[in-house]
Every structure is written in C-alpha cells, then in structure tokens.
Design a protein around this ligand. Structure first.
Ligand code: FE2
Ligand code: FE2
Length: 273
C-alpha cells in the first residue's frame, strides 16, 4: 500500500480568478464545478462510512491507512468548499447543490445498511481513482485550466490515487460480499451519471448569458463524447466487476511523484511525499 500523507496546501483562489477557469470555457467549467459541489458532503460521507467499520479492522497497517484516508478526505472537502464558495460569489447556485447533496446523503444514511454505504463509498472511490489516473497520466486533460485551480485538482488526484484502496480494503476485511459490492456499483453508477447531469443543468440554467448550443455540446462532449478521454476509461471501470479486482492493481507512484513536484512548483511550497 502506498504512503497516505494528508497535505494542506493553500490554493489562493482569490478575486482575480477568472470565473470560467477551465480553458475559459463555460460548459467545461460548469461540469467540473458540478463535481466540486458534491465533494464537501461526499467526502464526509466517505469518512463516516469507513469509520463505521474501523473498530472491526484488525490490521495495524490498514488502521494507519484509514487515519491517512480520513485526513486526506477532510482536507479535500474543505478545499472544494472554498472553490464552491468562490463560484457562489460569482452568482452560481453552488450552495443549493451542496445542500441537495447533504440531504440526499442523509437520506441514504437512514435507508441504507452500513455495508451498502461502505460499498457505495468503494464504488465512488473507484470513480475518483479512475479520474485521478487520467489527470496524473495525461496532463493534456486539464490543459487550459487556471494554474491555481489546476493545482487543486491535481493535488486531489494525487491523494485519491494514494488512498484508492483504503475503503476497498476495509470492505474486503469486514464485509467482503461480492454481490453487495458489484450491485452497489451498478446503482451508484446510475445515480452518479444522473446527479452529475442534474447538477450541471442547475448551474447552466442559472446563467444569465448561456453559451450557444454548439459550444455547450462541444464542452459536454469533452467529458462524455464517444472518443473523449473519460469515455476511454470504460474498460478500467468494468474491471471493478471482476471478483478478484483490487484498486492497487494500477500503481501510479511515478505519476504521483511527478505531479507532486509540479504542484509544489506552482504553489511555491514544498509538499511532503
Ligand atoms: Fe477526496
Ligand atoms: Fe477518496
């Protein structure tokens, strides 16, 4: 298992940050903002889901990894809250989406078993691990993004890649049921797609001046087009359904080290490896 180091860099997302920070493209920025809105409460949900099973974990190595995981996810939530607040100051309804996510997760905590909630966390950690791999292996994916926001997403990707196996290992050690894990991935995937679209629409509808239809489709196609870099992650996504799957089968240590050096240089602060 890789070292899981919580780091707390400051991203200086100030007034001078352009509103359309992803390639000056409204649609691309809104797609990423929609994701960012789910992180503060989503990360807290992940932490609670893992904590429910922490006492049952016997392995001291995994116990240490859980502490690293909790530290990292807590900082991610706070950093995305800052980005969302900045977008709210530019007139976007990010608070409304954050509250919607908070209520939706509270509802799930009432109706789903702890085992299902942990499986849901594993499923979403697979999504974040895949996107992290894309960000770390293909710097072109975030090309044109304002350096400060890009440093935030790259830092998040590094730490997602570091802790990608923690929730899964906790699940395997304490629950281990293949049916719950795989069926939960199916329902979580459907919900992930639906809610991502819904949050995007909420942001898009709030715009006083909307981009033209072609620009909107081009921006969306960047993420969900048939030849987009994210669509090409499909085989990696499907690997989750193999009974013997483990998140650690893709390492990424070299890419993380390279990306960490880049973030340190951009923020002009040394970040611990
Ligand atoms: Fe995270
Ligand atoms: Fe994570």
């Amino acid at each position: 298992m890789s070292t899981i180091t919580p780091r707390q860099p400051q991203f200086n997302l100030g007034e001078d940050l352009p509103t359309w920070w992803f390639d000056r493209d409204i649609t691309k920025t809104l797609v990423m903002t929609a994701q960012s809105c789910t992180f503060p409460e989503g990360e807290r949900f992940f932490i609670r889901s893992v904590r429910n099973f922490q006492d049952k974990v016997k392995s001291p190595t995994l116990q240490k990894a859980i502490r690293g995981f909790i530290g990292q996810e807590a900082h991610h939530g706070n950093a995305h809250e800052d980005l969302n607040a900045l977008m709210a100051s530019r007139g976007l309804p990010t608070r409304k989406i954050e509250n919607f996510v908070k209520n939706g997760l509270a509802f799930r905590e009432r109706i789903m078993s702890p085992e299902r909630r942990l499986a849901m966390t594993c499923a979403l950690e697979h999504f974040t691990a895949m996107l992290a791999e894309l960000v770390l292996t293909d710097p072109e994916f975030l090309k044109g993004m304002d350096t400060r926001v890009r440093a935030l997403w790259v830092w998040h990707a590094i730490e997602e890649s570091e802790h990608k196996a923690v929730a899964f290992d906790v699940y395997q050690e304490t629950v281990g049921d293949y049916w719950i894990r795989s069926s939960q991935m199916v329902t979580t995937s459907i919900q992930f797609m639906l809610f991502s679209l819904m949050h995007f629409i909420a942001l898009y509808r709030s715009l006083e001046e909307k981009p033209g239809l072609w620009d909107t489709l081009k921006g969306l196609g960047y993420f969900i087009g048939p030849t987009s870099k994210t669509t090409k992650l499909l085989p990696r996504y499907l690997s989750y359904f193999r009974p013997g799957f483990h998140p650690g089968e893709v390492d990424g240590a070299q890419e993380r080290a390279r990306a960490l050096k880049w973030v340190s240089e951009q923020l002009d602060v040394p970040l611990s490896a």
